[in-house]
Design a protein. Structure first.
Length: 256
């Protein structure tokens, strides 16, 4: 059955995720430090007329980063398996190539969703938001995890050199991480970057997801004029595009 085989591949990737205990501990520490040290320190520094409460401004962004970082890990494993020829073993199993491709992307999605859930729970505790808004937050999490999982797989399969793959992945990771609205309000970004760069920053998937989370959990903190429906449409377009590209590139490498 197609669905069962796909889920088996995704479950394997989730199980492997928990094996990186020290990496996970470092990632959790970094995310919590950003929120409870960095945000609280800058809470008293950032101008209140720009951001009324920097702690509540940053909290939704940390949720976006959490899903992004966890989902992005799948690309490194795909890269190492292709380099070591382990994909030949995977192809020898009674699993179709389509199941394998979809399962790997789904594995990244599950990693992003599972890792991010405590941060969503923290947002609920901080803001008291419940009900249908949480369903929307989950949909956003699934989409941003799918797009980042697919992007990571695409980067890991598009470049043959291991050193170049690591370089491209790192540059992409930090570009998405820092060239976003996670740490800075869009009103400030607009005054610091040329219009084309600003447009790219506010329309990258992490910025879009962060804007939606802020609209759900902390709408009173920022005055960025965004319609959630438009943001969802943009994120959907990113997700479909990256999933298709990631699947095609990974499938091409499996055939070769």
């Amino acid at each position: 059955m197609l669905g069962a085989q796909t889920l088996m591949v995704a479950y394997r990737d989730l199980q492997r995720f928990w094996k990186y205990k020290w990496w996970l501990a470092g990632l959790i520490t970094m995310n919590l430090a950003d929120l409870f040290i960095f945000a609280l320190v800058f809470r008293g520094i950032v101008r209140r007329d720009v951001v009324p409460d920097y702690f509540y401004f940053l909290a939704p962004g940390i949720a976006s980063i959490a899903a992004f970082a966890a989902a992005f890990t799948i690309g490194r494993e795909v890269m190492m398996e292709l380099r070591r020829g382990f994909h030949h073993y995977l192809l020898s199993l009674p699993i179709s190539r389509i199941d394998l491709v979809v399962g790997r992307i789904l594995g990244g999605v599950v990693r992003g969703v599972v890792y991010q859930m405590p941060f969503i729970a923290l947002l609920v505790i901080l803001t008291g938001v419940l009900g249908p808004a949480l369903a929307l937050a989950l949909i956003v999490t699934i989409m941003v995890s799918a797009s980042m999982s697919s992007l990571s797989i695409a980067l890991s399969t598009a470049v043959k050199s291991l050193e170049m793959q690591a370089t491209v992945r790192s540059i992409t990771y930090f570009a998405i991480f820092f060239l976003s609205n996670v740490f800075y309000p869009e009103s400030v970004l607009k005054t610091r970057f040329p219009e084309p760069v600003y447009t790219m920053i506010v329309n990258n998937p992490i910025s879009i997801a962060t804007s939606i989370y802020r609209a759900i959990f902390t709408p009173e903190i920022v005055n960025d004029a965004h319609q959630v429906e438009v943001l969802l449409a943009k994120l959907t377009l990113w997700t479909i595009t990256l999933v298709v590209v990631g699947a095609i590139l990974y499938d091409r490498n499996l055939k070769n």
